[in-house]
Unconditional design. Structure first.
Length: 345
C-alpha cells in the first residue's frame, strides 16, 4: 500500500513518462461504495480545486530504479555497460596535487616534464601486458586534510574552482582521464561530495575517496595522528551519488577508487552494494618493500574482495632502504588478481 500511496501522488504525465500509467479507478478502495450524483459532483469539483501534488523525490527514486534495472539487464547480457573502462583497460595514474610538490609526482615536477614521464610509464605497462590497453590518468587530491582545523573545524580544504578546472584541462589536453580525490578530514563524504558534482558530470572525470583521512568518527584526533576509516554505508552513499550522476547525465560508468592499507580503514566490506554504473576499485595504498606491499595487497584487498583491485607505487619511499626496489610493471601484473588500477605517487 505504501508503494501505491507514492504512485498516487504523481501526475499522470509523470507516471506515463516512467511507463507506469494505469487506471487508479480499477483499484477498489477499502469499504468502497457507489457515489451518488451529488457526491460525484462534489468529488469532481474537489478534483478541479485541488490539483495533484507531484512528489518529485518519489519520481526520481522510481526513475533511478528503472535505470538501475535497465543497467542490470545490460550487464547480464554483455558483462558491462557501454563505455565502461574496466576490465577492458588497465588504468595507470600519476597522483598528487598540481598546487603541492610534496603530495606526489603530480605537482612535484613541471607539467610537461611530468607528462613526458607519464607517457614513458604508460609505454612500459603496455609493453608488459600487450593484451590489455592502458588508459592514462591523473589523480588530483581535490579536497585535502589540513594541519589546522579551519573556520568550521573540519580540518580540510577544497581546491579552488580555477585549480579543479585546470586539472581537468590538463587531462583533456593530454588525452588522459581525471580523478578528483577526497580526504574529508572531520567532515563527511555526504557533506563534501556534492561540492564536486558539477565536475563529475564530465564523462572523463572520476572519483577517489581516502579512508585514511576520514576522521568524523574520531573526535579530537588530528590528521596523521591516527588512520581514519569509512564504513560500507559511506561507500554505498558514494556509489549511489555517482550512479545518479551517471543516469541523469547519460554518462558511461564512473570509476571509484577507495584507498586502503589496513583492515580498519574499511569496515563491513561485505555490505558494499555494487551498481553497474559505478566501477569500484579497492586500492592497495601502502608503501614499503615488495614483500610488505604484496602481503598488504593479499590481506586487505584480495582477502576482502569487492570488485576490481588497485596497487600503488611510491617513487620516494618504496626503494628505501636499499636493496629494496620499486616494483616493475611485470611484478605487479603477476599478482593475483592482476590489478587493473595502478597509481604512482
Amino acid at each position: 500500500m505504501a508503494y501505491l500511496s507514492t504512485l498516487t501522488r504523481l501526475t499522470a504525465p509523470a507516471l506515463a513518462a516512467l511507463g507506469l500509467a494505469f487506471s487508479l479507478a480499477a483499484l477498489p478502495g477499502c469499504g468502497s461504495r457507489s457515489a451518488t450524483d451529488s457526491e460525484a459532483a462534489t468529488l469532481a469539483a474537489d478534483s478541479v480545486q485541488q490539483p495533484a501534488v507531484v512528489d518529485s523525490a518519489a519520481l526520481q527514486r522510481l526513475a533511478m530504479r528503472r535505470d538501475s534495472l535497465k543497467a542490470d539487464s545490460i550487464v547480464k547480457v554483455s558483462g558491462q555497460l557501454p563505455g565502461a573502462i574496466l576490465p577492458g583497460k588497465r588504468i595507470v595514474a600519476f597522483y598528487g596535487n598540481i598546487r603541492a610538490k610534496g603530495m606526489g609526482i603530480l605537482g612535484r615536477e613541471p607539467k610537461e616534464q611530468m607528462f613526458r614521464k607519464l607517457k614513458k610509464v604508460l609505454g612500459e605497462w603496455q609493453a608488459a601486458d600487450p593484451s590489455r590497453p592502458v588508459q592514462g590518468a591523473i589523480h588530483n587530491v581535490t579536497i585535502t586534510t589540513q594541519g589546522t582545523p579551519g573556520k568550521d573545524g573540519k580540518w580540510r580544504l577544497m581546491n579552488s574552482k580555477a585549480t579543479i578546472e585546470e586539472v581537468i584541462s590538463w587531462g583533456k589536453e593530454h588525452n588522459v582521464i581525471v580523478f578528483l580525490d577526497v580526504q574529508p578530514g572531520h567532515s563527511t563524504l555526504q557533506a563534501e561530495l556534492p561540492k564536486l558534482e558539477q565536475y563529475l558530470k564530465d564523462p572523463m572525470v572520476h572519483l577517489g575517496i581516502d579512508p585514511e583521512f576520514s576522521l568524523a568518527t574520531m573526535p579530537g584526533v588530528r590528521p596523521n595522528q591516527k588512520i581514519g576509516t569509512l564504513d560500507a554505508k559511506d561507500i554505498n552513499f558514494t556509489i549511489n551519488f555517482l550512479a545518479r550522476i551517471v543516469s541523469e547525465n547519460k554518462l558511461p560508468p564512473k570509476v571509484l577508487t577507495v584507498h586502503r592499507f589496513t583492515r580498519k580503514m574499511v569496515t563491513n566490506y561485505k555490505n558494499i552494494k555494487l551498481d553497474p554504473r559505478v566501477q569500484v576499485v579497492m586500492h592497495m595504498d601502502g608503501h614499503g618493500n615488495p614483500t610488505l606491499k604484496k602481503d598488504s595487497y593479499q590481506h586487505y584487498i584480495v582477502n576482502e574482495p569487492v570488485q576490481y583491485t588497485g596497487f600503488k607505487i611510491f617513487y620516494e619511499y618504496d626503494a628505501r632502504p636499499k636493496p629494496h626496489h620499486i616494483m616493475t610493471p611485470s611484478e605487479v601484473i603477476a599478482l593475483k588478481p592482476s590489478p587493473l588500477y595502478i597509481q604512482y605517487q
